[in-house]
Design a protein around this ligand. Structure first.
Ligand SMILES: Nc1ncnc2c1ncn2[C@@H]1O[C@H](COP(=O)(O)OP(=O)(O)O)[C@@H](O)[C@H]1O
Ligand SMILES: [Mg+2]
Length: 257
C-alpha cells in the first residue's frame, strides 16, 4: 500500500524537555493507524508536528511524497490534513448544519470572493448534509449545536472535520468523555468514514478495546520514542510491550479480544 504520511526521525524539544525524541512513522493510505502510549509519551506533540502547530527541532514530515516539514498549518490543511478540534470550536448558537456548512465553505477556494456563485453555495450545503448523514446527525441538522448531547457534539466535531474532505484525519482521543455505551457507535462511524470515504486515519486512543478493534496498524510510543509497531495481534503478542508496559498500564486488555 502506498505511504500517505511519513515522519523521519522527528524530534521536538520544549526547552530541556524532549517530548518527541525520535519518531519515524509510516502511515499507509486507506488505513486506520493508532498511536498508543502512556500520558506524556508525546502522542499529542507528534500530532502537533504533523499538523504544523509546532515546528520540529529536527526530522522531517512527508505527506503525499512532499516534504511538508516547514509548511504552515493552513497550507497542510489545504493539502488534505484534517485534525479534530476541541468542542469549544463549535459555534454553539448556530445549528449543526450551519456549523458543518461553514467548515466546508471555509476551505472552499472562493472563500474571499465577494459574489459566490449560487451553485457553489449549494454544493457546500449538499456537502454539509452528506457529512451529517455519514456521522448519523442528519435528524439533528437543524438543532442548535449547544442543544446537542455530549455524544452529538462529538459527532458534530467529526462532521466539521470531514466537511472539507481531508484525505488524512488525525483524531486525538475521540472517545474521551463518552459514556461506555456511546463508544461503539462512534467507532462504527469512524470505521465507516474510513471505508466509505476512503480516508486514512491516525488515531490516538486510550481505550484498548477500541484500538484492538479498529486498527490496521498500531504504533506504541513511550518517552517520545517508538517502543513497538505492528498489527493489533502483533502488538498484543509483543513480549516487550506486554511486560514492559501494556500489561501494567492497560491491565487485562489482552484477554478481552
Ligand atoms: N507546548 C508545550 N510546551 C512544553 N511542554 C510540552 C508542550 N506540549 C507538550 N509538552 C510536554 O511534552 C510531553 C509530551 O506531552 P504530550 O505530547 O501531550 O503527550 P501525550 O499526548 O502522549 O500524553 C509532556 O511532558 C508534556 O508536558
Ligand atoms: Mg495527548
Amino acid at each position: 500500500m502506498a505511504t500517505l504520511l511519513e515522519t523521519q526521525h522527528l524530534q521536538k524539544a520544549f526547552g530541556g524537555l524532549i517530548a518527541v525524541a525520535d519518531v519515524s512513522l509510516r502511515v499507509a493510505e486507506g488505513t486506520i493507524h493508532s498511536i498508543i502510549g502512556p500520558n506524556g509519551a508525546g502522542k499529542t506533540t507528534l500530532f502537533n508536528l504533523i499538523t504544523g502547530k509546532h515546528p520540529p527541532t529536527s526530522g522531517t514530515v512527508r505527506f503525499k511524497d512532499q516534504d511538508i516539514t516547514t509548511l504552515p498549518v493552513h497550507r497542510r490543511a489545504h493539502l488534505g490534513i484534517g485534525r479534530s478540534f476541541q468542542i469549544t470550536n463549535l459555534f454553539p448558537n448556530l445549528t449543526a448544519l450551519e456549523n458543518v456548512r461553514l467548515a466546508a465553505q471555509a476551505m472552499g477556494r472562493d472563500n474571499f470572493r465577494l459574489f459566490r456563485r449560487a451553485a457553489t453555495l449549494d454544493s457546500y450545503l449538499r456537502r454539509a448534509y452528506e457529512v451529517l448523514d455519514l456521522v448519523g446527525l442528519r435528524a439533528e441538522a437543524l438543532q442548535l449545536a449547544s442543544s446537542l448531547p455530549h455524544g452529538g457534539k462529538r459527532k458534530l466535531e467529526l462532521a466539521i472535520l470531514l466537511a472539507p474532505d481531508p484525505q488524512l484525519l488525525l483524531l486525538d482521543e475521540p472517545t474521551a468523555g463518552l459514556a461506555t455505551e456511546q463508544v461503539p457507535e462512534l467507532i462504527a462511524i469512524i470505521k465507516q468514514v474510513q471505508a466509505r470515504g476512503g480516508k486514512t486515519i491516525v488515531l490516538v486512543e486510550h481505550n484498548m478495546n477500541v484500538v484492538m478493534n479498529i486498527s490496521d496498524q498500531i504504533t506504541v510510543m513511550h518517552q517520545g520514542r517508538v517502543l513497538a509497531e505492528g498489527t493489533p495481534s502483533q502488538v498484543a503478542a509483543d513480549a516487550t510491550v506486554q511486560s514492559a508496559y501494556l500489561g501494567e498500564l492497560y491491565g487485562d486488555f489482552g484477554g478481552k479480544q
